[in-house]
Design a protein. Structure first.
Length: 445
């Protein structure tokens, strides 16, 4: 992450590797344009099946990826029946059910739980009250983002990290080698489902009673469904109204919970879908491993608000992050690339991109790459997140994007693009970043 890191990428030019400046990375992102590849996922016992895996297959899941060493359903509606955009329609107009058991729950429990958690996250854990949560990040000593979980505080001495796609359990256990903190750290048999969409509150009220309507954003409640204990939160991986149901003893309770939700949801037009990346892109929600990873700083990816100016306690990465902020405050941007939002031309992008598509400057030079592109029906344009040099990150900057042939307007030519504000569309519940921006802060409480 340091600007003095040796420039390794520029010196390893190869005709199949576009020469985008990734000189401050030890392992550059693979920018080879391989396109879709005709391979079949091997289902074996080396990668785990979640408690809901068989239920997702029953509901029509036809493709999957691997996330936290667990199979993750990523498509239910077949392309010939509308594909991902039909799933999107259900999300923004009705209500949907997601199998997100891959968001493993790492429990930190014990007398020193708050102190330990406060040392590993950048935000202030002491400000999280029991039965509340926050979106947070964990960094290494170089300021690289290790994970961006939703952090739930179940009790004074108990936290759950609902993690994104990296092995946070090993990191947390490694930090506490020697038992500096009196805590136990373990993955627990809790698997989340998401209920998302404008009718989610009505469905959740039928399932859990009127108290659901009193839940604040990131609020938690203990409940039972079909005789099984769960924790409910008003959170989710979209900008829509939605909830997460954390199923305790998930190995035993999976079928009871799943069928209870689907049964009640039938009258609301509930559809089982994959996580709606098209909507999270519009909301400016990032995906670890796609939009950021261990070699990106929060200052590169619109997560500046996650680095508080007023947290007095020490935490992993604090010294380096404060050094980076001082450089930026002084007008010296210390990174090769910055993540921006873009609107771009071309045919409607209605499925996941198999490659990081390349970005050109106005002179036709390759300078960056797209991480998350999708079509927005509401905005009637393609939108995307992508990395460009700092000098090209100003709103309105004109760019070009090299799209695959199926999405181009003129064969063999890049489409026009421009840097735009993120989020592209407001969220039903404004995020901490949106609230901070509205109040003129660059950090969140």
């Amino acid at each position: 992450m340091s600007p003095t890191t040796p420039a390794t990428h520029k010196d390893r030019t190869h005709p199949n590797v576009p020469a985008v400046d990734q000189s401050d990375r030890m392992v550059p992102c693979n920018l080879r344009q391989s396109g879709p590849t005709p391979v079949q996922m091997l289902i074996s016992t080396r990668v785990r099946k979640s408690p809901f895996w068989h239920l997702s297959i029953e509901a029509g899941a036809w493709r999957a990826t691997v996330y936290n060493r667990m199979y993750h359903p990523r498509g239910y509606v077949r392309p010939e029946d509308g594909g991902a955009m039909a799933e999107y329609d259900s999300l923004v107009n009705r209500v949907t059910l997601w199998n997100v058991a891959v968001e493993r729950q790492i429990q930190v429990k014990g007398p020193d739980a708050e102190a330990f958690v406060n040392f590993v996250i950048t935000r202030d854990a002491t400000k999280i009250q029991p039965m509340h949560g926050k979106y947070c990040i964990l960094c290494n000593e170089k300021g690289g983002i290790l994970n961006d979980p939703v952090l739930l505080r179940l009790a004074k001495d108990e936290f759950w990290f609902s993690i994104s796609d990296s092995d946070l359990l090993l990191w947390l256990q490694g930090v506490n080698i020697g038992r500096r903190w009196d805590v136990d750290i373990a993955e627990i048999d809790v698997a989340p489902l998401q209920v998302q969409g404008p009718l989610s509150e009505e469905l959740m009220t039928e399932l859990f009673g009127s108290s659901v309507g009193q839940l604040p954003y990131y609020g938690l409640m203990e409940a039972d469904l079909a005789g099984c204990p769960v924790v409910v939160s008003q959170t989710g991986f979209t900008g829509e109204k939605g909830y997460e149901i954390y199923v305790r003893n998930a190995t035993e309770s999976a079928e009871s919970i799943w069928y209870a939700i689907r049964g009640a949801g039938a009258s609301y037009g509930l559809r089982v879908i994959a996580p709606a990346h098209h909507r999270r892109v519009a909301a400016g929600i990032l995906s670890w491993g796609q939009d950021m990873d261990v070699e990106t700083s929060p200052f590169q990816v619109n997560l500046t608000y996650q680095v508080p100016r007023k947290k007095t306690a020490d935490y992993i990465g604090k010294a380096e992050l404060e050094r980076q902020r001082a450089e930026i405050d002084a007008g010296r941007y210390p990174f090769a690339l910055k993540l921006v939002g873009m609107k771009l031309g071309g045919q409607a992008i209605i499925d996941y991109a198999p490659d990081f598509w390349l970005i050109q400057n106005s002179n036709g030079e390759r300078v960056g790459y797209v991480t998350s592109p999708w079509w927005s029906p509401e905005l009637e344009t393609n939108i995307a997140l992508g990395y460009v040099p700092w000098a090209l990150s100003e709103l309105g900057t004109k760019l070009k994007v090299e799209l695959p042939e199926a999405y181009t307007e003129i064969s063999g030519q890049p489409v026009e693009a421009a840097v735009t504000e993120v989020p592209f569309r407001p969220s039903k519940n404004p995020s901490a970043r949106e609230r901070a921006t509205a109040e003129g802060r660059d950090w969140a409480y």
